[in-house]
Design a protein around this ligand. Structure first.
Ligand code: PMP
Length: 365
């Protein structure tokens, strides 16, 4: 068996060791005579799996005790609605920073549930940078400030965490869609009111979204809020008000253990920085390849790039695929190429990609 180097933006590559563990466990988990998929979510075996996953995630991120960690469903997309439902708390509107497609989707959904003030947007610049803080226009009465630390499609990553105390002169909860960069480096969770992240990039397979929320923000949903959309209900029930996606949760737990074995998030951050630097150097080192994002905001996780001759894109993708460098097509909304370099993508993958890029340029440049 040979595994390809998989640059998919999501569902993304998983660590091979995790897949092998899952394979070994698949039919008979730890001598129990059944698969994790076939266990009651309320039984002691699965409850242990779930609790260990939460604890490992808390250890990795250093989640403070006054935060709940929830394993929910509906993806990051449902969070676009669940966040305003839970965090508006009677306020008229919230502030949003717009740095790409995912910010736009979060904004559109929030507008259905309350007011939105777009504090800053890079749309006029085709989403190539994080707007400079000096141009932000915060609304003093905002219920919270929402932003997307890493825009998966445009490859734009914040190089700072917004300081709401400085922006507003009071404690305004900071909310972040960390779907495509959570666990890629250490993070100070205490700076946030709420963090959410769809699993299928750096956490595990699709089917789960992780929400980390400060306890004092819970329990203030409007009357009529569906039960499943109230974070407080999930928190009270250990994310098991209904049947959770048990297999995804278990697999995420294996990924957390793998991350600990790699040396935790500081070690991952070093590897991730090396991978990104290597690929950007290959892009910048030639006129054949290009990336339009402002240097300080270039994403470490998602690297979009173009060919000077867009007519060669199909050939590039086909040749790459034939060499086991798969899923390099850019998002359908922007085209071009994109290499996603999540935790489970090894340095050897970037080495193979940059070697292929140099070779392709020689033959077609
Ligand atoms: N936010 C970001 C930053 C994403 O990259 C994605 C998925 N690519 C989403 C939200 C939507 O996630 P989901 O498909 O899990 O709803």
């Amino acid at each position: 068996m040979t595994r390809a180097f998989n640059f998919c933006a999501g569902p993304a590559a998983l660590p091979e060791a995790v897949l092998q563990q899952a394979q070994a466990d698949l039919v008979d988990w730890q001598g129990r005579g059944c698969s994790v998929m076939e266990m009651s979510h309320r039984g002691k075996d699965f409850v242990r799996i779930a609790e260990e996953a939460e604890q490992d995630l808390r250890d990795l991120l250093g989640v403070p005790d006054n935060y709940k960690v929830l394993f929910l469903q509906g993806g990051a997309t449902l969070q676009f609605a669940q966040v305003p439902l839970n965090l508006l708390r009677g306020n008229a509107s919230a502030d949003y920073v717009c740095t790409g497609v995912w910010s736009e989707k979060a904004i559109a959904e929030a507008r259905k549930l309350g007011g939105v003030n777009v504090v800053a947007s890079d749309e006029a610049n085709n989403f190539r940078a994080v707007p400079s803080l000096s141009a932000w226009t915060p609304d003093r009465d905002a219920a919270y400030l929402h932003y997307t630390p890493n825009e998966t499609i445009h490859g734009v990553e914040f190089d700072f965490i917004p300081d709401t105390a400085a922006l507003y002169g009071r404690d305004v909860p900071l909310v972040a869609d960390y779907s495509s960069s959570i666990l890629s480096e250490p993070l100070d969770v205490s700076k946030f009111g709420l963090i959410y992240a769809g699993a299928q990039k750096n956490i595990g397979p699709a089917g789960i979204v992780v929400v980390i929320v400060r306890e004092d923000l819970l329990g203030q949903v409007p009357a009529g809020t569906p039960t499943m959309l109230d974070y407080a209900v999930a928190a009270k029930n250990g994310s098991m008000y209904n049947t959770p996606p048990t297999f995804s949760w278990y697999l995420a737990g294996l990924v957390f253990k793998w991350l600990k074995q790699q040396g935790g998030l500081a070690a991952m951050a070093e590897v991730n920085a090396r991978k990104a630097a290597r690929l950007y150097a290959a892009i910048d080192g030639s006129d054949f390849y290009g990336n339009p994002v402002a240097l300080p905001n270039r994403s470490r996780m998602n690297v979009p790039f173009t060919l000077a001759d867009a007519g060669l894109e199909k050939t590039f993708l086909a040749e790459a695929d034939a060499r086991g460098l798969i899923n390099l097509a850019g998002h359908r909304s922007v085209g071009g190429m994109r290499a996603s370099l999540y935790n489970a993508v090894p340095e050897a993958a970037v080495e193979a990609l940059t070697a292929f890029m140099a070779d392709f340029e020689q033959r077609h440049g």
